[in-house]
Design a binder for this molecule. Structure first.
Ligand SMILES: NC(=O)c1ccc[n+]([C@@H]2O[C@H](COP(=O)([O-])OP(=O)(O)OC[C@H]3O[C@@H](n4cnc5c(N)ncnc54)[C@H](OP(=O)(O)O)[C@@H]3O)[C@@H](O)[C@H]2O)c1
Length: 267
């Protein structure tokens, strides 16, 4: 076990997770990256090591495999002192429920819900060894309302929200602070970008660069804030949506989201 502290980031090879990796390294943190095999995680680790003179280690495995997840995370925690956990890995998509395969549905639940819960539970005793530690869980503004044609994804993100806030309360009085982030739309890859554009004005409202969202989420988490909605427009949107009856909100959001279906991955 080294005596250095590390930030562990899931889903760190691309999108928001990659941005977290860059910003942690820029802030002088040593970083542990987790992503699927076959991506660019190893080269990202190498680039960050060279550019920022911090230690960066990459681990490639499928987090939806619970047995592998438990064994790899235990091994990582035995070798590195983790004081910052960023639960970022998550998948979604837009399709009618009958056109969504069981595998896709299971994958969303396994990654967004089960792997996040297990990894957090496994690491809490390790995080508690430090005077101050942080857990940042990435939910979504989709957690604030049910949404037709996304069905399982908003439910998974509502789970993350409830889980994080419960945990924050339970761990208050320890050195571990839990924050939950609700990003609005992020153009993290070309498919997501096409889906956001397809929604028209509503989809693009509150759009912020990935880097800016990561920066806000990092700053507020390190300030030990409980809930984080990056971007002024998203906070206004959230407030206005909260004034509407749920049935009206559900219809308005679902109508906008339906336009995305054509850009969804094959079920
Ligand atoms: N994009 C948006 O508009 C948006 C809005 C609100 C919230 N969010 C949330 O923000 C987070 C990041 O989203 P993103 O758009 O940046 O995602 P992304 O670009 O699709 O990246 C997902 C990351 O998760 C990794 N990953 C996927 N399945 C995995 C698995 N089974 N095991 C291990 N790693 C896995 C991917 O690894 P590989 O690259 O190796 O496949 C990648 O590093 C998610 O929780 C998402 O729900 C996104």
């Amino acid at each position: 076990m080294t005596d250095r502290n590390y930030a562990l980031i899931t889903g760190a090879s691309s999108g928001l997770g990659k941005e977290f990796a860059i910003q942690c390294a820029q802030r002088g943190m040593n970083v542990l990256l987790i992503a699927l095999p076959g991506g660019n995680t190893m080269s990202l680790a190498e680039n960050l090591r060279l550019e920022y003179s911090v230690d960066v280690q990459a681990f490639e495995f499928d987090m939806t495999d619970s047995i592998e997840l438990i064994s790899r995370v235990n091994e990582i925690a035995d070798n590195y002192n983790i004081n910052f956990l960023i639960n970022n890995a998550g998948v979604g998509g837009t399709s009618s429920i009958l056109e969504t395969s069981l595998e896709r549905i299971d994958g969303i639940i396994q990654l967004n819900v089960r792997s996040t819960t297990l990894i957090t539970r496994l690491l809490i005793p390790h995080l508690m060894k430090n005077d101050r530690s942080y857990i940042m869980n990435i939910s979504s503004m989709a957690a604030f309302s049910p949404i037709a044609y996304k069905t399982v994804y908003p439910a998974s993100k509502a789970f993350i929200s409830s889980f994080s806030l419960s945990l924050r309360e339970e761990l208050s009085g320890t050195g571990v602070s839990v924050s939950v982030v609700y990003p609005g739309p992020i153009m993290t890859n070309s498919l997501t970008a096409r889906r956001i554009i397809a929604q028209g004005f509503k989809g693009k409202m509150g759009l912020l660069p990935t880097r800016r969202i990561a920066e806000i989420a990092m700053d507020k988490t390190l300030e030990r804030k409980s809930t984080i909605v990056p971007g002024y427009m998203n906070r206004i949107n959230h407030f206005l949506m909260g004034l509407m009856p749920e049935s009206m909100r559900l219809k308005i959001i679902s109508r906008a989201v339906k336009k995305e279906i054509q850009y969804s991955l094959p079920a």
